[in-house]
Write a protein that binds this ligand. Structure first.
Ligand SMILES: Cc1cc2nc3c(=O)[nH]c(=O)nc-3n(C[C@H](O)[C@H](O)[C@H](O)COP(=O)(O)O)c2cc1C
Length: 446
Protein backbone atom coordinates (compact mmCIF):
# COMPACT_ATOMS: atom_id res chain seq x y z
CA UNK A 1 0.00 0.00 0.00
CA UNK A 2 1.17 3.57 -0.69
CA UNK A 3 2.54 5.30 2.39
CA UNK A 4 -0.09 7.79 3.47
CA UNK A 5 0.11 11.36 4.77
CA UNK A 6 -1.13 12.17 8.29
CA UNK A 7 -3.11 15.33 8.89
CA UNK A 8 -3.68 17.19 12.16
CA UNK A 9 -5.69 20.34 12.73
CA UNK A 10 -3.99 22.93 14.94
CA UNK A 11 -7.03 24.82 16.13
CA UNK A 12 -6.78 28.41 17.30
CA UNK A 13 -9.40 30.94 18.20
CA UNK A 14 -8.94 34.68 17.74
CA UNK A 15 -5.39 34.63 16.33
CA UNK A 16 -2.02 33.23 17.35
CA UNK A 17 1.51 34.54 16.71
CA UNK A 18 1.58 37.00 13.80
CA UNK A 19 -2.23 37.12 13.68
CA UNK A 20 -2.94 40.18 15.77
CA UNK A 21 -5.71 41.51 13.56
CA UNK A 22 -7.54 38.24 12.90
CA UNK A 23 -10.02 38.79 15.74
CA UNK A 24 -11.61 41.56 13.63
CA UNK A 25 -12.62 39.08 10.90
CA UNK A 26 -16.44 38.85 11.00
CA UNK A 27 -16.25 35.05 10.61
CA UNK A 28 -14.47 34.71 13.94
CA UNK A 29 -16.52 35.10 17.12
CA UNK A 30 -14.78 37.52 19.48
CA UNK A 31 -14.81 34.84 22.21
CA UNK A 32 -13.68 32.00 19.86
CA UNK A 33 -10.68 31.05 22.03
CA UNK A 34 -12.90 30.27 25.02
CA UNK A 35 -15.96 29.00 23.13
CA UNK A 36 -16.09 25.19 23.29
CA UNK A 37 -18.63 25.08 20.46
CA UNK A 38 -16.03 26.73 18.22
CA UNK A 39 -13.58 23.88 18.86
CA UNK A 40 -16.25 21.18 18.60
CA UNK A 41 -17.34 22.51 15.20
CA UNK A 42 -13.76 22.49 13.91
CA UNK A 43 -13.06 19.04 15.32
CA UNK A 44 -16.18 17.72 13.61
CA UNK A 45 -15.18 19.31 10.29
CA UNK A 46 -11.70 17.80 10.57
CA UNK A 47 -13.19 14.42 11.48
CA UNK A 48 -15.51 14.63 8.50
CA UNK A 49 -12.36 15.08 6.38
CA UNK A 50 -10.78 12.01 8.12
CA UNK A 51 -8.00 13.96 9.85
CA UNK A 52 -5.80 12.03 12.28
CA UNK A 53 -5.90 14.49 15.14
CA UNK A 54 -6.97 17.78 16.64
CA UNK A 55 -3.90 19.47 18.12
CA UNK A 56 -4.09 22.05 20.91
CA UNK A 57 -1.00 24.15 21.69
CA UNK A 58 -0.66 26.08 24.93
CA UNK A 59 1.30 28.54 27.03
CA UNK A 60 0.98 29.85 30.58
CA UNK A 61 2.58 33.26 30.56
CA UNK A 62 1.23 36.47 29.07
CA UNK A 63 1.58 40.19 29.02
CA UNK A 64 -0.74 42.49 27.14
CA UNK A 65 1.41 42.39 23.96
CA UNK A 66 0.84 38.65 23.44
CA UNK A 67 -1.36 37.43 20.53
CA UNK A 68 -5.12 37.70 21.15
CA UNK A 69 -5.62 33.92 21.40
CA UNK A 70 -2.97 33.68 24.14
CA UNK A 71 -4.67 36.32 26.25
CA UNK A 72 -7.86 34.40 26.89
CA UNK A 73 -7.78 30.67 26.10
CA UNK A 74 -9.09 27.33 27.38
CA UNK A 75 -6.88 24.84 29.19
CA UNK A 76 -6.08 22.04 26.68
CA UNK A 77 -7.26 18.92 28.52
CA UNK A 78 -10.48 20.49 29.69
CA UNK A 79 -11.11 21.56 26.10
CA UNK A 80 -10.25 18.14 24.64
CA UNK A 81 -12.43 16.29 27.16
CA UNK A 82 -15.41 18.27 25.93
CA UNK A 83 -14.49 17.69 22.27
CA UNK A 84 -14.08 13.96 22.99
CA UNK A 85 -17.76 13.44 23.71
CA UNK A 86 -18.79 15.14 20.46
CA UNK A 87 -16.47 13.15 18.16
CA UNK A 88 -15.76 9.44 17.57
CA UNK A 89 -12.58 9.02 15.59
CA UNK A 90 -10.31 12.03 15.55
CA UNK A 91 -7.22 11.91 17.81
CA UNK A 92 -7.00 14.52 20.59
CA UNK A 93 -3.51 15.87 21.27
CA UNK A 94 -2.99 18.34 24.10
CA UNK A 95 0.11 20.35 24.98
CA UNK A 96 1.22 20.17 28.61
CA UNK A 97 4.53 21.40 29.96
CA UNK A 98 6.80 18.89 31.67
CA UNK A 99 8.43 21.84 33.45
CA UNK A 100 5.28 23.04 35.20
CA UNK A 101 3.35 19.85 35.89
CA UNK A 102 4.01 16.83 38.04
CA UNK A 103 4.00 13.35 36.48
CA UNK A 104 1.25 11.85 38.62
CA UNK A 105 -1.13 14.63 37.66
CA UNK A 106 -0.23 14.44 33.96
CA UNK A 107 -0.54 10.64 33.89
CA UNK A 108 -3.93 10.79 35.54
CA UNK A 109 -5.35 13.53 33.33
CA UNK A 110 -4.23 11.98 30.05
CA UNK A 111 -5.35 8.50 31.12
CA UNK A 112 -8.75 10.03 31.90
CA UNK A 113 -8.91 11.69 28.47
CA UNK A 114 -7.89 8.40 26.87
CA UNK A 115 -10.80 6.62 28.56
CA UNK A 116 -13.29 9.41 27.87
CA UNK A 117 -12.33 9.39 24.18
CA UNK A 118 -12.05 5.62 23.75
CA UNK A 119 -8.30 5.67 23.10
CA UNK A 120 -7.68 8.91 21.21
CA UNK A 121 -5.46 10.91 23.58
CA UNK A 122 -1.98 12.26 22.85
CA UNK A 123 0.33 14.33 25.07
CA UNK A 124 2.47 16.97 23.36
CA UNK A 125 5.41 17.29 25.75
CA UNK A 126 6.90 20.79 25.83
CA UNK A 127 9.37 22.30 28.24
CA UNK A 128 7.84 25.82 27.92
CA UNK A 129 9.33 28.66 25.98
CA UNK A 130 8.19 31.58 28.10
CA UNK A 131 10.59 32.05 30.98
CA UNK A 132 8.06 34.25 32.82
CA UNK A 133 6.01 31.09 33.47
CA UNK A 134 8.35 30.32 36.37
CA UNK A 135 6.91 33.18 38.38
CA UNK A 136 3.45 31.62 38.13
CA UNK A 137 4.79 28.46 39.74
CA UNK A 138 6.78 29.78 42.66
CA UNK A 139 10.17 29.87 40.91
CA UNK A 140 12.21 33.03 40.39
CA UNK A 141 13.81 31.66 37.24
CA UNK A 142 12.88 29.33 34.37
CA UNK A 143 15.01 26.16 34.29
CA UNK A 144 18.06 26.05 32.03
CA UNK A 145 17.99 23.78 28.98
CA UNK A 146 19.85 20.84 30.51
CA UNK A 147 17.57 20.78 33.53
CA UNK A 148 14.40 21.43 31.52
CA UNK A 149 15.03 18.59 29.12
CA UNK A 150 16.50 16.26 31.77
CA UNK A 151 13.32 16.76 33.73
CA UNK A 152 11.23 16.22 30.57
CA UNK A 153 12.80 12.83 29.85
CA UNK A 154 12.38 11.61 33.41
CA UNK A 155 8.86 13.06 33.48
CA UNK A 156 7.78 11.03 30.46
CA UNK A 157 9.41 7.88 31.84
CA UNK A 158 7.56 8.29 35.12
CA UNK A 159 4.25 9.00 33.38
CA UNK A 160 4.66 5.87 31.28
CA UNK A 161 5.51 3.87 34.37
CA UNK A 162 2.33 5.11 36.03
CA UNK A 163 0.27 4.27 32.94
CA UNK A 164 1.41 0.66 33.41
CA UNK A 165 0.16 0.55 37.01
CA UNK A 166 -2.61 -1.86 36.04
CA UNK A 167 -2.20 -4.76 33.67
CA UNK A 168 -4.94 -5.20 31.08
CA UNK A 169 -6.68 -7.99 32.99
CA UNK A 170 -6.55 -6.25 36.37
CA UNK A 171 -10.32 -5.88 36.78
CA UNK A 172 -12.13 -9.21 36.43
CA UNK A 173 -15.08 -7.67 38.31
CA UNK A 174 -16.22 -11.25 38.89
CA UNK A 175 -19.29 -11.22 41.12
CA UNK A 176 -19.31 -15.00 41.59
CA UNK A 177 -15.72 -15.13 42.79
CA UNK A 178 -16.19 -11.79 44.60
CA UNK A 179 -13.10 -10.35 42.90
CA UNK A 180 -13.25 -6.78 41.63
CA UNK A 181 -9.52 -6.25 41.20
CA UNK A 182 -6.65 -8.76 40.98
CA UNK A 183 -4.11 -7.35 43.45
CA UNK A 184 -1.18 -8.99 41.65
CA UNK A 185 -2.09 -7.11 38.48
CA UNK A 186 -1.62 -3.75 40.23
CA UNK A 187 1.91 -2.38 40.52
CA UNK A 188 3.47 0.48 42.43
CA UNK A 189 6.19 2.40 40.59
CA UNK A 190 8.46 3.40 43.47
CA UNK A 191 10.40 5.80 41.28
CA UNK A 192 13.18 7.85 42.86
CA UNK A 193 15.19 9.80 40.30
CA UNK A 194 17.01 13.08 39.87
CA UNK A 195 13.86 15.18 39.43
CA UNK A 196 10.97 13.09 40.76
CA UNK A 197 10.02 10.76 43.56
CA UNK A 198 6.76 9.00 42.79
CA UNK A 199 5.39 5.94 44.55
CA UNK A 200 2.30 5.08 42.52
CA UNK A 201 0.28 3.17 41.56
CA UNK A 202 -1.93 5.38 39.41
CA UNK A 203 -5.62 5.08 40.18
CA UNK A 204 -6.85 4.53 36.62
CA UNK A 205 -6.58 1.54 34.30
CA UNK A 206 -5.06 1.27 30.83
CA UNK A 207 -7.19 2.44 27.92
CA UNK A 208 -7.99 0.87 24.54
CA UNK A 209 -4.73 2.20 23.10
CA UNK A 210 -2.65 0.98 26.06
CA UNK A 211 -1.07 4.37 26.63
CA UNK A 212 -1.74 7.84 25.20
CA UNK A 213 0.59 8.77 22.31
CA UNK A 214 3.64 10.89 23.23
CA UNK A 215 4.27 13.93 21.03
CA UNK A 216 7.12 16.42 21.41
CA UNK A 217 7.84 19.98 20.19
CA UNK A 218 11.24 21.64 20.56
CA UNK A 219 14.14 21.67 18.11
CA UNK A 220 17.33 22.20 20.13
CA UNK A 221 19.87 19.38 20.46
CA UNK A 222 18.25 18.55 23.78
CA UNK A 223 14.78 18.63 22.23
CA UNK A 224 15.78 16.35 19.36
CA UNK A 225 17.35 13.87 21.74
CA UNK A 226 14.24 13.82 23.88
CA UNK A 227 12.22 13.14 20.72
CA UNK A 228 14.55 10.32 19.67
CA UNK A 229 14.15 8.64 23.06
CA UNK A 230 10.44 8.99 23.73
CA UNK A 231 8.41 10.74 21.02
CA UNK A 232 5.95 8.85 18.85
CA UNK A 233 4.83 12.05 17.14
CA UNK A 234 6.61 15.38 16.66
CA UNK A 235 5.26 18.83 15.99
CA UNK A 236 8.08 20.24 13.85
CA UNK A 237 8.44 23.84 12.71
CA UNK A 238 8.09 24.66 9.03
CA UNK A 239 10.88 25.99 6.82
CA UNK A 240 12.30 25.54 3.35
CA UNK A 241 12.18 22.11 1.73
CA UNK A 242 15.90 21.63 2.40
CA UNK A 243 15.55 22.64 6.07
CA UNK A 244 12.62 20.36 6.72
CA UNK A 245 14.31 17.44 4.93
CA UNK A 246 17.41 17.94 7.07
CA UNK A 247 15.35 18.05 10.27
CA UNK A 248 13.36 14.96 9.26
CA UNK A 249 16.49 12.96 8.38
CA UNK A 250 18.16 14.04 11.61
CA UNK A 251 15.23 12.92 13.76
CA UNK A 252 14.95 9.56 12.01
CA UNK A 253 18.72 9.04 12.35
CA UNK A 254 18.73 9.88 16.08
CA UNK A 255 15.75 7.59 16.65
CA UNK A 256 17.47 4.67 14.93
CA UNK A 257 20.64 5.43 16.87
CA UNK A 258 18.91 4.84 20.20
CA UNK A 259 17.55 1.54 18.92
CA UNK A 260 13.99 2.59 18.07
CA UNK A 261 12.14 2.07 14.80
CA UNK A 262 12.18 5.45 12.94
CA UNK A 263 8.71 4.66 11.56
CA UNK A 264 7.42 4.87 15.11
CA UNK A 265 8.15 8.60 15.22
CA UNK A 266 5.62 10.42 13.06
CA UNK A 267 6.89 13.87 12.09
CA UNK A 268 4.13 16.45 11.67
CA UNK A 269 5.32 19.63 9.99
CA UNK A 270 3.56 22.84 11.01
CA UNK A 271 1.93 24.53 7.99
CA UNK A 272 -0.57 27.29 7.28
CA UNK A 273 -1.88 26.64 3.76
CA UNK A 274 -3.49 29.41 1.73
CA UNK A 275 -5.83 27.91 -0.84
CA UNK A 276 -7.87 29.91 -3.39
CA UNK A 277 -9.47 29.42 -6.80
CA UNK A 278 -6.27 30.17 -8.72
CA UNK A 279 -2.57 30.40 -7.87
CA UNK A 280 -2.62 34.16 -8.46
CA UNK A 281 -5.59 34.64 -6.16
CA UNK A 282 -3.95 32.56 -3.43
CA UNK A 283 -0.69 34.53 -3.73
CA UNK A 284 -2.66 37.78 -3.51
CA UNK A 285 -4.52 36.57 -0.43
CA UNK A 286 -1.29 35.43 1.19
CA UNK A 287 0.20 38.89 0.68
CA UNK A 288 -2.93 40.54 2.07
CA UNK A 289 -2.74 38.36 5.18
CA UNK A 290 0.87 39.44 5.70
CA UNK A 291 0.08 43.13 5.11
CA UNK A 292 -2.81 43.07 7.60
CA UNK A 293 -0.37 42.22 10.41
CA UNK A 294 2.72 44.00 9.15
CA UNK A 295 2.98 46.36 12.10
CA UNK A 296 6.52 47.10 13.27
CA UNK A 297 5.58 47.89 16.88
CA UNK A 298 3.86 44.53 17.29
CA UNK A 299 6.72 42.71 15.62
CA UNK A 300 9.18 44.36 17.99
CA UNK A 301 7.11 43.28 21.00
CA UNK A 302 6.75 39.69 19.69
CA UNK A 303 10.50 39.60 18.99
CA UNK A 304 11.14 39.67 22.73
CA UNK A 305 9.52 36.26 23.27
CA UNK A 306 12.63 34.18 22.49
CA UNK A 307 14.50 36.33 25.02
CA UNK A 308 12.09 35.88 27.93
CA UNK A 309 9.61 38.61 26.89
CA UNK A 310 12.53 41.06 26.69
CA UNK A 311 11.42 44.65 26.10
CA UNK A 312 13.31 45.77 22.99
CA UNK A 313 11.52 49.12 22.93
CA UNK A 314 14.09 50.44 25.44
CA UNK A 315 16.77 50.34 22.71
CA UNK A 316 17.47 52.67 19.81
CA UNK A 317 16.17 50.95 16.69
CA UNK A 318 19.05 52.18 14.58
CA UNK A 319 21.85 51.08 16.90
CA UNK A 320 23.49 47.65 16.46
CA UNK A 321 21.38 44.73 17.69
CA UNK A 322 21.86 44.66 21.50
CA UNK A 323 23.68 41.82 23.23
CA UNK A 324 20.74 39.91 24.66
CA UNK A 325 22.04 36.32 24.25
CA UNK A 326 21.95 35.72 28.00
CA UNK A 327 18.17 36.25 28.05
CA UNK A 328 17.67 33.42 25.52
CA UNK A 329 19.61 30.89 27.60
CA UNK A 330 16.60 30.15 29.79
CA UNK A 331 13.94 30.92 27.21
CA UNK A 332 14.00 30.26 23.43
CA UNK A 333 17.70 29.56 23.03
CA UNK A 334 17.49 27.93 19.57
CA UNK A 335 15.84 30.89 17.86
CA UNK A 336 17.49 33.47 20.12
CA UNK A 337 20.96 32.22 19.23
CA UNK A 338 20.13 32.26 15.52
CA UNK A 339 18.86 35.85 15.77
CA UNK A 340 21.99 37.05 17.60
CA UNK A 341 24.31 35.15 15.25
CA UNK A 342 22.77 36.62 12.11
CA UNK A 343 22.58 40.14 13.53
CA UNK A 344 26.28 40.00 14.40
CA UNK A 345 27.39 38.38 11.16
CA UNK A 346 25.47 40.79 8.99
CA UNK A 347 26.11 43.76 11.33
CA UNK A 348 22.40 44.55 11.57
CA UNK A 349 20.72 47.23 13.65
CA UNK A 350 17.80 46.30 15.89
CA UNK A 351 15.35 47.53 13.25
CA UNK A 352 17.08 45.58 10.47
CA UNK A 353 17.19 42.43 12.59
CA UNK A 354 13.47 42.53 13.32
CA UNK A 355 12.72 43.15 9.65
CA UNK A 356 15.08 40.36 8.51
CA UNK A 357 13.35 37.80 10.73
CA UNK A 358 9.82 38.90 9.96
CA UNK A 359 9.98 39.47 6.22
CA UNK A 360 7.27 38.17 3.89
CA UNK A 361 7.63 34.40 3.55
CA UNK A 362 4.52 32.84 2.00
CA UNK A 363 3.61 29.28 2.99
CA UNK A 364 4.96 26.77 0.45
CA UNK A 365 1.41 25.41 0.46
CA UNK A 366 -0.10 28.47 -1.21
CA UNK A 367 -2.08 28.18 -4.45
CA UNK A 368 -5.01 26.62 -6.24
CA UNK A 369 -6.07 23.22 -4.81
CA UNK A 370 -4.09 21.27 -7.46
CA UNK A 371 -0.94 23.29 -6.78
CA UNK A 372 -1.21 22.79 -3.02
CA UNK A 373 -1.89 19.05 -3.43
CA UNK A 374 1.10 18.80 -5.81
CA UNK A 375 3.42 20.54 -3.34
CA UNK A 376 2.22 18.42 -0.42
CA UNK A 377 2.79 15.25 -2.47
CA UNK A 378 6.21 16.47 -3.61
CA UNK A 379 7.45 17.36 -0.10
CA UNK A 380 6.07 14.13 1.32
CA UNK A 381 7.87 12.09 -1.35
CA UNK A 382 11.04 14.10 -0.77
CA UNK A 383 11.17 13.11 2.91
CA UNK A 384 10.17 16.42 4.48
CA UNK A 385 7.43 15.05 6.75
CA UNK A 386 5.13 12.15 7.60
CA UNK A 387 2.23 14.47 8.31
CA UNK A 388 1.15 18.09 8.44
CA UNK A 389 -0.06 19.98 11.48
CA UNK A 390 -2.35 22.45 9.77
CA UNK A 391 -3.46 25.88 10.94
CA UNK A 392 -6.28 27.76 9.22
CA UNK A 393 -7.34 31.35 9.73
CA UNK A 394 -11.09 30.79 9.51
CA UNK A 395 -13.51 27.85 9.34
CA UNK A 396 -13.97 28.71 5.63
CA UNK A 397 -10.28 28.03 5.05
CA UNK A 398 -10.49 24.64 6.77
CA UNK A 399 -13.60 23.84 4.73
CA UNK A 400 -11.85 24.81 1.51
CA UNK A 401 -8.82 22.64 2.29
CA UNK A 402 -11.03 19.72 3.35
CA UNK A 403 -13.32 20.09 0.33
CA UNK A 404 -10.81 20.89 -2.41
CA UNK A 405 -7.34 19.64 -1.43
CA UNK A 406 -8.07 16.50 0.65
CA UNK A 407 -10.00 14.79 -2.21
CA UNK A 408 -7.03 15.35 -4.53
CA UNK A 409 -4.72 13.67 -2.00
CA UNK A 410 -7.25 10.85 -1.60
CA UNK A 411 -7.49 10.37 -5.38
CA UNK A 412 -3.72 9.80 -5.41
CA UNK A 413 -3.96 7.27 -2.60
CA UNK A 414 -2.04 9.63 -0.32
CA UNK A 415 -4.74 10.10 2.31
CA UNK A 416 -7.38 7.81 3.82
CA UNK A 417 -10.94 7.94 2.51
CA UNK A 418 -12.33 6.19 5.61
CA UNK A 419 -11.08 5.67 9.12
CA UNK A 420 -9.77 2.14 9.56
CA UNK A 421 -9.16 2.47 13.29
CA UNK A 422 -10.80 4.01 16.35
CA UNK A 423 -7.69 5.03 18.27
CA UNK A 424 -4.98 7.62 17.64
CA UNK A 425 -2.37 4.83 17.68
CA UNK A 426 -4.44 3.04 15.08
CA UNK A 427 -4.56 6.11 12.81
CA UNK A 428 -0.81 6.64 13.08
CA UNK A 429 0.11 2.94 12.74
CA UNK A 430 1.83 3.00 16.10
CA UNK A 431 2.11 -0.18 18.15
CA UNK A 432 0.19 -0.56 21.41
CA UNK A 433 2.86 -0.67 24.13
CA UNK A 434 2.78 -3.96 25.99
CA UNK A 435 2.37 -3.43 29.74
CA UNK A 436 5.86 -3.83 31.22
CA UNK A 437 4.66 -6.01 34.09
CA UNK A 438 2.75 -8.31 31.76
CA UNK A 439 5.81 -8.55 29.53
CA UNK A 440 8.04 -9.36 32.51
CA UNK A 441 5.60 -11.98 33.78
CA UNK A 442 5.31 -13.68 30.41
CA UNK A 443 9.05 -13.62 29.76
CA UNK A 444 10.18 -17.24 29.39
CA UNK A 445 12.53 -18.19 32.21
CA UNK A 446 15.81 -19.30 30.69
C1 LIG B 1 6.89 23.62 16.50
C2 LIG B 1 6.98 23.93 17.95
C3 LIG B 1 5.81 24.06 18.71
C4 LIG B 1 5.87 24.36 20.06
N1 LIG B 1 4.70 24.49 20.78
C5 LIG B 1 4.77 24.86 22.08
C6 LIG B 1 3.59 25.08 22.83
O1 LIG B 1 2.48 24.94 22.36
N2 LIG B 1 3.72 25.47 24.12
C7 LIG B 1 4.94 25.66 24.73
O2 LIG B 1 5.00 25.99 25.90
N3 LIG B 1 6.06 25.46 24.03
C8 LIG B 1 6.01 25.07 22.73
N4 LIG B 1 7.15 24.88 22.03
C9 LIG B 1 8.43 25.24 22.72
C10 LIG B 1 9.19 24.14 23.36
O3 LIG B 1 8.51 23.67 24.45
C11 LIG B 1 10.53 24.61 23.83
O4 LIG B 1 10.48 25.00 25.15
C12 LIG B 1 11.09 25.81 23.08
O5 LIG B 1 10.95 25.64 21.72
C13 LIG B 1 12.53 25.93 23.34
O6 LIG B 1 13.11 24.68 23.09
P1 LIG B 1 13.88 24.34 21.77
O7 LIG B 1 15.02 25.30 21.71
O8 LIG B 1 14.28 22.91 22.01
O9 LIG B 1 12.97 24.49 20.59
C14 LIG B 1 7.12 24.54 20.68
C15 LIG B 1 8.29 24.41 19.94
C16 LIG B 1 8.23 24.10 18.59
C17 LIG B 1 9.51 23.97 17.82
Amino acid sequence: MTRQIRLALRAYGVGGPGQHSLWKDPRIPKNASIDIDWYIAQAKAAEQARFDALFIVDSQFIDATYPPHYLNRLEPLTLLSAVAVHTRHIGLVGTLSSTYNSPFNVARRFASLDHISGGRAGWNVVTSLDSGTSRNYGLDEHLDYATRYGRALEHVQVVRGLWDSYEDDAFPADVERDVFVEPDRLHALNHAGEHFKVAGPLNISRSPQGQPVIFQAGVSEEGRNLAAHVAEGIYAPGGTLAETQAYYADIKRRTAQVGRDPEHVVVFLGANPVVAGTDAEAQRRSREIFDADNDFGRKLAAFGRSFGAYDFSRHDLDEPFPDVSAYAERSGRTRGTEIVRRAREEKLTLRETVLAFTEYAPSPFTGAPETVADTIAEWFAAGAFDGLNLGFRTPDDLERFAGDVVPLLQARGLFRTEYTADTLRGHLDLPVPVNRHTAARLQPVS
